[in-house]
Design a protein around this ligand. Sequence first.
Ligand SMILES: Nc1nc2c(c(=O)[nH]1)N[C@H]1C(S)=C(S)[C@@H](COP(=O)(O)OP(=O)(O)OC[C@H]3O[C@@H](n4cnc5c(N)ncnc54)[C@H](O)[C@@H]3O)O[C@H]1N2
Ligand code: MOO
Length: 391
Amino acid sequence: MITVDEARAKLFDLAAPLDEEEVPLTEAAGRVLARPVAARRDQPPFAASSMDGYAVKTTEVQLHAMFKVIGEAAAGRRFDGAVHAGQAVRIFTGAPLPEGADFVVIQEDISRTGDLITIVNEPGSNDNVRPLGGDFRAGLTVEAPRLLRPADLALLAAMNIDRVPVVRKPTVALISTGDELVMPGEAPGQDQIIASNTFGLKAMLEESGAEARILPIARDSHASLAMAFDLARGADLVVTIGGASVGDHDLVGQVAETLGMERSFYKVLMRPGKPLMAGRLRGAAMVGLPGNPVSAMVCGHVFVLPMIRAMLGLGAAAPGLKRAELARDLPANGPREHYMRASVNAQGWLTPADTQDSSFLSILAGSNALLRRPIGDPARAAGEVVEYLSV
Ligand SMILES: Nc1nc2c(c(=O)[nH]1)N[C@H]1C(S)=C(S)[C@@H](COP(=O)(O)OP(=O)(O)OC[C@H]3O[C@@H](n4cnc5c(N)ncnc54)[C@H](O)[C@@H]3O)O[C@H]1N2
Ligand code: MOO
């Protein structure tokens, strides 16, 4: 058996970064920028007023000074002409500063009678002018790879980028396997349960930028599993759930190998998640998750999400760990890396759940952390600092 880190390294070998595609700016949120893009213009493209007021010459700005208003400059409509000594142009926020003017006196500091204005309050030294290119100059680049957030989209728009090169979304085919499973909403037979893992995994994967497709449940037979693998053709990653262990009906590995799967590894020193398998099948990465619902979700966080990030060009990295103080004592850990369901409160105290059964989804859903206990971790006392993964 290999360690969690060794398994993840092997999974990264199966998860090469995908190629790029171009999408309209409106569809670029949450996507990963594939290569640097450069601003097509200066912003602002002219010296602009940052306030509503009057544009004048700095040298003439002083308390009680008087000016004649000779025109108006609004956002989108500049004043055609120049400001000379003793003159002012009515100006609004965002308007280009007229030629000859380099200061905007805000209207609160002005008294106006007809075409004449007087500065009635101390105007201060702030010129209320945004210089040309003050925000950015043409050629400024947004670097890649970068997960595009709302502020990035606003910046790209201002840069006049209407189509954005992004990394293609990894497509994932999710296959639940087992004679005991029915889909949510169906009427289960006496010995049946509802397929749950696929739904949790689909949500998890899509939150991370993949596109996941839930395939029909595969039954515990060669023919049914082979058909499911056929339906998965075209996906970048095929994820099976269940049938990974050593029972007579655990056929996933066997069937995948008959179809040509080159195995990368089987079984990891991990709890839950021991019977994890992975390989390459028909040009796609294949990951076989254990069927126990919590095991499948934990493996999703520890292995599948890092693979998705690698495919998105965000690098091959383990999920980030945070630190908290243990709220109670814990016995020594055994020979497998343990991911314990736990809750971290606002004060930073982490309480492991009393029940760690790898099939209890109610416990997982009530947790916000997976406490990571290294192989052979000694007993820990309340108050010790431990590492966890936010979930
Ligand atoms: N003799 C041994 N038995 C088992 C071992 C072992 O080492 N020796 N390992 C145990 C561990 S650990 C795990 S984890 C499970 C995983 O087994 P499989 O991957 O083969 O999973 P199944 O047997 O198909 O199912 C396990 C369990 O999960 C339920 N399940 C399966 N798929 C779904 C789904 N999509 N949604 C909800 N629930 C699902 C299934 O009904 C079973 O109850 O093996 C242990 N056994
Ligand atoms: O490895 Mo299993 O996932 O402990 O339940």
